[in-house]
Design a protein around this ligand. Structure first.
Ligand code: MN
Length: 292
């Protein structure tokens, strides 16, 4: 039995993160689905959006320095470019097809702006940012950073010329994904051709979600789903049945749930309010370091 769709989330309202990210939060860590989406905490979908070129001499659009503790931020750029800098000394430009897997863990400060090149050029911008939870034992580990280039990501062709999957994290069949993860999870960037019918092999026991970036797409017995619609599937069953009515793009997430309390406040996600208070104290007293 393939996995059953439990919920199709309504298209979320848009809000601005800084002046660079017109985001829709498809789910977050405070919602009623928190147990169904674990180990994922949040799904921010920015765009598709058209930015005009930024006038010369003006700073690129984006969001200035802010902290994170207790989880990972995973930024997938479909179109545009994001420039990142953090207090652990990591710097990078995330371009189309690239993924930044940042393990904030015990804490970082960072900033996220449009890249200089994209700012000057303008154009289509489409970015997903996932927040991935860490188990209690890893929440206070030192921060790490994986800049994953498009060329590092293995591509698996689907049977019957149905399309392809970029295995960003986890595995698909024998193919190991590009990112190192702390717990068992999959992040698959799926492209389907019109008329494609596939079962993507998300394992039994994994919480599973499929987010449509472009469709229309049918997932399980639900559909058609279009841009920014997200299906939450059950932990039982095996595989996600997908049928594409047109050229389609979706992001499929699955993972073994982390069965621990989720207590979050803004950019901190821990296991208790005491730990949140500690995070705020550490941030306010400068213990998250500094951006240079
Ligand atoms: Mn951030």
């Amino acid at each position: 039995m393939t996995k059953k769709v439990l919920h199709v989330l309504p298209t979320a309202g848009q809000h601005w993160v800084g002046d660079g990210f017109p985001a829709r939060t498809l789910f977050g860590y405070t919602g009623p689905l928190v147990d169904l989406v674990s180990p994922f905490l949040l799904f921010d979908y920015t765009g598709p959006w058209h930015f005009e070129p930024q006038a010369p001499g003006r700073r690129p659009r984006g969001v200035g320095q802010h902290p994170h503790r207790g989880f990972e931020t995973v930024t997938l750029v479909y179109d545009g470019g994001v420039a990142h800098a953090d207090s652990a000394g990591h710097r990078g430009i995330i371009g189309p097809g690239d993924v930044q897997w940042m393990t904030a863990a015990s804490g970082i400060l960072h900033e996220e702006f449009h890249s200089e090149a994209f700012s000057a050029r303008g154009g289509r911008f489409e970015v997903v940012q996932l927040w991935v939870n860490l188990p209690a034992a890893a929440k206070m580990s030192p921060p790490t950073y994986q800049p994953i280039l498009a060329t590092d990501i293995p591509v698996v062709a689907l049977p019957d010329d149905a399309g392809q999957v970029r295995v960003i994290a986890g595995r698909l069949g024998d193919v190991q994904g590009a990112a190192r993860t702390v717990t068992e999870l999959n992040v698959w960037d799926v492209t389907l051709k019109p008329g494609a019918e596939v079962v993507l092999p998300a394992p039994h026991g994994h919480n599973t979600m499929a987010c449509v970036l472009s469709g229309p797409v049918h997932i399980g017995d639900r559909g058609p789903l279009g841009n920014a619609q997200l299906a939450v599937l059950d932990r039982g069953g095996e595989g996600v049945a997908v049928r594409a009515d047109a050229d389609a793009k979706l992001l499929v997430l699955s993972g073994v749930p982390i069965d621990e309390p989720v207590v979050g406040y803004g950019p901190f996600v821990m296991n208790s309010w005491e730990e949140i208070q500690q995070a705020a104290d550490d941030f306010n007293s400068g213990r998250f370091g500094a951006l240079r």
